[in-house]
Each structure stands twice: as C-alpha cells, then as structure tokens.
Design a binder for this molecule. Sequence first.
Ligand code: FNR
Length: 379
Amino acid sequence: MNPELMTRYPAIADLAARARTRIPFFAWEYLDSGTGLDQGAQRNRDAMANVMLTPQFMKGFIKPDLSTELFGQRYNLPFGVAPVGLTGLMWPGAEKILARTAAKYRIPYGLSTVATETPETIGPIAEGMGWFQLYPPKDPGIRRDILSRAKESGFTTLMVTADTPANSRRERQRRAEVSVPPSQTFRTYFRAAIRPHWSIATLSHGMPRFRTMEKYANSTDIAQIGLYMTENMGSLDWDYLEQVRAEWDGALMLKGIMHPDDARQAVKAGVDGVHVSNHGARQFDGGPAAIEALPAIVQAVGGDSRIVFDSGVRGGLDIIRALALGADFVLLGRAFMYAVAALAERGGDHAVDLLVADMESNMVNLGCRNLAELRERLS
Ligand code: FNR
C-alpha cells in the first residue's frame, strides 16, 4: 500500500478525475462512455447506490476475511479485472500492468479477444490468474486455435461474451471521433498533443494493435483487422455455446446475461458460471441496471451455477453490495482502466489497495467477518 497515493486518490472517482486530465479526449470517451444518452450507465450507478445494508454491532474485534473460492481455485479477494478491448488506446501497456497486479494479489485478470496484447504475452505475466474472453469467430478452426492459444498460455477460465450481437452506436464515441487507427485530423493531433504523458507513452510503445487477431487477418494494420473482425466474428447462439463447451475443458462462463431464462439455458448448455452484466451499459441504453437483474438470476440458477457480476462497480462497497445480493465474484472494467490511465504502472496495485481498504472498512462497520455473512445484512 502506498500511503501517499491513498491520501491523494482514496476513491476510484479520484482516479477517474485524474485519468480524464491525462489521456486524450477520444481515449477518455472510449473508456468512460455508455451508449445512446448514457442513461443505462447512470442507471447502473443509481441502482447500485440504492442497495442498502443494515449494520449489526457488538461483535468485538473483526478482521474480515476477503478470500474466496471460484471454479476450484482460491482467490485472495472476491474481485478481479473485467476484459477490456483496445486497452492500449487508453493506456499503452495497460494489459501488462494489470496482469502483473493480478499475479501479485492473486486475483483474476480478464484478457479480451480484442485487447492489444496476445494471450501468449499476458498468460505468463498473469501467473495462472488469467481468464480469457472470447468474441466468437465464425470459423470453427479459428475458434479452436484461439482457445488452444489461451489454454496453452495458462488461461484457466473462458468468458464467452453474449451481449454483443452487433456494434452499438456509442454516440459519445462518434462525437469524439474514436476510431481505429485514431483519425488523422488536426483535432485528434491537438487532443493528443495536450496530453504529453499519454503521447510519450504511446510513442514509446507504438500504436495499439489487435495483436491476437493479426494471425487470422493476415495483417498488422489495425484498420484492416477491424474490417476483418466485422466480417468474420459471428453472433452467438446456443449451438455455438455448446460447441465451445465441448472444446474448452476449463471453467466456462457466459458473460452479459440479464434474463433468468438465458441463465437457465446457459446452465443447461453446461456453463460453470453465469456472468450477470450489461457490458457497463455500452451496448443497450434501455435495460435495467445490472445490479437490478442480479437477484432474479441468483434465484433462477444460483444453486446450479456460480454467479459472477459486473457493471457499475466503483468501490469496495459496491463489491459488497453485489456479494450481498448473491454474486460469488465481482469484476470491474472502467475502475481498473481509470486507475491505469491515472497512475500508469502504479495504477493497478493502487486500485486493488483502495478497493480492499474500502471493503474491509465497510465489512467491519457492517459487523461481517467473512463474505458469506454479507447476505445477512441486506435491508
Ligand atoms: C468493455 N467490456 C468488454 N467486454 C468484453 O467482453 N469484451 C471486451 O472487449 C470489452 N471491452 C470493453 C472496453 C471498455 C473500454 C469497457 C469500459 C468495457 C465490458 C467489460 O468487460 C465489463 O462488462 C464492463 O466494463 C463492466 O462495467 P463497469 O465496471 O465498467 O461499470
């Protein structure tokens, strides 16, 4: 724990504020935006704030135990890093920074199919803490190749993302001219030039690349690969999921589930975990908050499957809220990226430190010794 960072940036909101002044406007908008009018993203936060827990006292000294087990693996903490694509646009080298944090704290790191580093590079850095996220290639041969690369690189858990049947409009990103490669306009150059930390880091790392996909698109040109993916990545259905189940012998989760019927079907298809998420409201602006969808899914499949939650988590208290509502594990997407964009190499560790401090403080104030007791404090 770094006391100076804890004083200057005690909350994820402080890291977000700093990130905003360190990275160019287009990178910030890519990171922070939802879609449509951004009402879904706001709803994720508002609904989270409405989950209330009632403390119980007179329990003597409490040192909360935050460790947990998931898919046969012990984790020191009940949270990890959600998969985030085009990571290097927000901070060059972000995947390596966060994979190192994951290895150090023994928490999962989710690597996206469309991250800017490969499983071969990140797997060894994550030291067994890697989870791999799959966007579905139409070609089963390519799918099998990606899965075997992830497996051989040490990724233990596969997250298949269901909630992205097509690109979303992301109006904020359009207005900010987010594109791959970054558009070569005066405005874009100007926006980069006034963010010298990011610009220098980007010059030394080179432009972000979709490295995992280069092999299949036969190109290192990010625009070419973007086109390749639009044409060659499919939409999921249950048959596809069953094929993935047959090909992946590690833990399997279906990510982006909001409806109890989809959760039941996923369990029938043989998943080990249902990942309740609305993609941080980046795909669809008109749905309920993810935290509102969680209890019905826990009720539908909680006995038959592990439940992982993300979307709208911005602090230790939010992690506690999701666990109290029945999640077994929680991921954070934007929060970790704000931290890395704000503090570069120190960002991942500091985010974990502050989330742990926040969880511990809130658990003591709730009178909870361990994560299981959180469910007894729901108001
Ligand atoms: C994402 N997310 C995401 N999910 C996924 O399955 N594959 C991906 O490539 C990405 N890419 C991505 C980029 C960025 C910039 C963000 C913010 C998010 C969704 C992510 O895994 C997670 O579901 C959300 O980030 C959770 O919401 P919060 O924690 O950001 O509120």
